[in-house]
Design a binder for this molecule. Structure first.
Ligand SMILES: [Zn+2]
Length: 483
């Protein structure tokens, strides 16, 4: 059964003043202050812990953190039963029983209507979206001015057993247009930049390979050359570099569109030809491989096993193959093709569910839109390893205003303080157990699966229990918007 939130609602003005004075006097110096937030020259000592320039809004007692009950998505590609971190966290978070035969793909924390989070008791359950609308102070002035009275980000955990679709997310202008034209498919008018932080080894395809690699593909994978035809193949193979490639975008767009638009029979024939060839070349003869397959060729066989004669098996050769170790992150801007292949990750994104799909999926695919929207930039994606804010907290900052993510790894018996910020946060405890307290609430026991919505201006004290180190993630709006 869901547990009650530790507190909710707006305090009265007099209670707020008393509570605020108490919380200021009760604040202890953080053991590990966040250097980036502290301006020792300009702030009076009592305000150093606030971390941001003084504002009258911050002097009012902040709304208290709320415990959330979150939603799960059982997409086909999710991991099942005990293999799924999503299933484990959902079970702990909601008290629901897990069906070991069902896939548990995504755990959603936020206000998106396709997977809302709830607060309140069983009998008075309200969505976080409704609660925020009634308590906009929880977002802070700047966030309300920029995005209105809703959370601008969506926070998730993913457990991936088989590949997700090859997809891209539209920029704001295209999202508005797609939503207007096909509201049943493109359910909101927002863009959806996203970032994935690996919890386990995490494999993905992202962005187009370099021109040299593409030439190698067209020479080394004759099935692709056959599908796109001699003209397109020769155009790329014969391109010469002269201060970069002239017209690279147009040429790649043309060849990729030809591949993605090929008819089903041709794709079926060429995927099975590719499979037969790779399996034959991978055979062991007298204990010796005829040829060891490359990682990309092994990936093609894996995707064929999962999706059979899907054009994505061939399209995968056009995209960078990225392998993240735990703690490494990848961000994906608008109109960049990508597909997650396997592993578990934390994901944060602008609050949207707009996906343009073009392969590796039984869902609706929209090849013309995908092929016309892509940037066709050829570059290996930037891998983020985060900036260490203190011994326990690492921050991942993508180039998008809507979100950033902190990872906190807190050894047993240690404590840490999250400085107050003038925007909202969501905290999730992925493993471990300990105690959590804000300046204005009693200490509360927390454990894996607990999720909190933390309104603006709360300082969070967290300590780990003996033998129960805590692994926690916090998402919030990008600190750069606070200037
Ligand atoms: Zn995506």
């Amino acid at each position: 059964m869901p547990r009650r939130p530790i507190a909710q609602g707006i305090q009265s003005a007099s209670t707020a003043l008393v509570s605020n004075l108490c919380s200021l006097s009760a604040l202890k110096a953080p053991r590990t202050p966040t250097p980036a937030f502290v301006d020792e020259e300009s702030q009076p000592a009592s305000l150093l812990l606030i971390g941001f320039p003084f504002s009258p809004e911050a002097m009012e007692a902040p709304l208290r953190p709320l415990r959330l009950r979150c939603s799960v998505q059982n997409y086909d590609w999710g991991r099942r039963g005990e293999d799924s971190t999503v299933a484990r966290l959902f079970e702990r978070n909601s008290g629901a029983e897990i069906d070991p035969s069902r896939p548990y793909a995504e755990f959603w924390m936020g206000t998106h209507e396709s997977g809302p989070s709830f607060t309140g008791s069983d009998s008075e359950e309200v969505t976080l979206k409704k609660w925020i609308r009634e308590n906009p102070g929880a977002l802070g002035d700047k966030v309300v001015a920029k995005w209105g009275t809703d959370l601008p980000f969506l926070f998730k955990i993913l457990s991936v057993a088989s590949a997700l679709s090859i997809q891209a997310h539209p920029d704001k202008e295209l999202a508005r247009m797609l939503h207007r034209m096909r509201p049943n498919v493109y359910k909101d008018p927002n863009h959806k930049p996203e970032m994935a932080i690996a919890l386990t080894e995490f494999k993905a395809l992202c962005g187009f390979v370099s021109m040299e690699e593409l030439k190698d593909v067209l020479i080394g994978v004759p099935e692709i050359a056959e599908l796109v035809g001699n003209d397109e193949t020769n155009k790329i193979i014969c391109m010469r570099e002269l201060n970069g490639y002239v017209n690279a975008k147009a040429v790649i767009q043309s060849v990729f569109t030809k591949l993605m638009s090929a008819n089903k029979d041709a794709i079926l024939a060429l995927v099975s030809k590719l499979k037969n060839r790779l399996e034959a070349e991978n055979k062991v003869n007298w204990s010796i491989y005829i040829r060891r397959l490359s990682e990309r060729e092994q990936l093609a066989l894996l995707l064929e096993k999962q999706y059979h004669a899907d054009v994505g098996v061939l399209a995968a050769f056009f995209l960078n193959y990225v392998k993240l170790s735990p703690g490494e992150a990848l961000y994906i801007g608008p109109n960049e093709p990508h597909a997650y292949i396997s592993g578990e990750c934390i994901e944060c994104m602008a609050a949207s569910d707009n996906v343009v799909r073009a392969g590796l999926t039984p869902k609706y695919i929209d090849v013309p839109t995908l092929c016309s929207m892509l940037t066709y930039k050829q570059a290996f994606p930037q891998i983020l390893r985060g900036i260490q804010l203190n011994p326990f907290i690492t921050r991942y900052t993508p180039p998008f205003d809507e979100f950033e993510v902190d990872c906190c790894i807190l050894p047993s018996k240690e404590s840490v303080v999250f400085s107050p910020i003038p925007g909202p946060s969501i905290f999730i405890i992925v493993t471990g157990e300990g105690r959590l307290q804000t300046g204005s609430t009693d200490e509360e026991r927390v454990m894996e699966g607990d999720v909190y919505f933390v309104p603006a201006h709360n300082e969070i004290h967290l300590s780990a229990a003996p033998d129960k180190p805590i692994h926690l993630y916090r998402s919030g709006v990008n600190s750069r918007i606070f200037g």
